[in-house]
Design a protein around this ligand. Sequence first.
Ligand code: PMT
Length: 228
Amino acid sequence: TAERPAEGLKVVITAGPTREPLDPVRYLSNHSSGKMGYALAAAAVALGAEVHLISGPVALATPYGVTRHDVESANDMLAAAERLADDCDLFIGCAAVADYRAEAPAEHKLKKRDDEDAMTLRLVKNPDIIARIAARDDRPFVIGFAAETRDLERYGRDKLTRKQLDMVVANDVSQDGLGFGADDNAAVLLWKDGDAIDRDAQPPQPKSRLAEAVLKRALSRLNTTHHA
Ligand code: PMT
């Protein structure tokens, strides 16, 4: 219907940071608060969708009507995403996934060594969750985020093509008051239109409003181009 254009659609969203253990008490992570991903989840419910939110560790309440799946590491997030991707119509990767994890997390707490002033940590690449979802035979419509500190649109276009996404939300995370941890965000939406790439620049605004703009744009693409 007009008010609930996402009625009948299953939407899966990743949000927040991942935590990659170094030992039982330490980890590698980043400053994602989950606000953007949670705003997308709330907006998708308001539009009528069945919403699954795969969340890294954040301090936010679960939005009304959302089914939340808590995870910690990128590997946990991948497992949840693969499981929930069946019958999924729209997948949105908003999580700030750690690109690397410790190759071998220590079983016991790492001790400070008095005889060494430096220590080396060996990292290995994490799986690319959104690229795995986009590579599925039964792929949903896939929206990725691009968090950049420069050349926003160029890197955004590159991610759209390289990860085979349907849409990219490229946000500038170098500006105070926008992006990581903030209540507001600004972004350029990029999507494939035949062989061309179309764009829609969204000015700074509350994450809730940007979330709605992203979803409405995606729904109109989904209805015209994707899976009959
Ligand atoms: O959580 P907030 O504080 O509200 O902040 C929101 C945000 C800035 C984190 C969010 O808007 C955002 O930009 N999220 C993506 C951050 C990011 O990690 O971007 P990226 O350029 O590294 O990754 C590109 C895309 O690939 C993203 O959709 C990401 O979810 C996905 N990815 C990346 C690496 C990986 N191993 N697996 C992935 O799925």
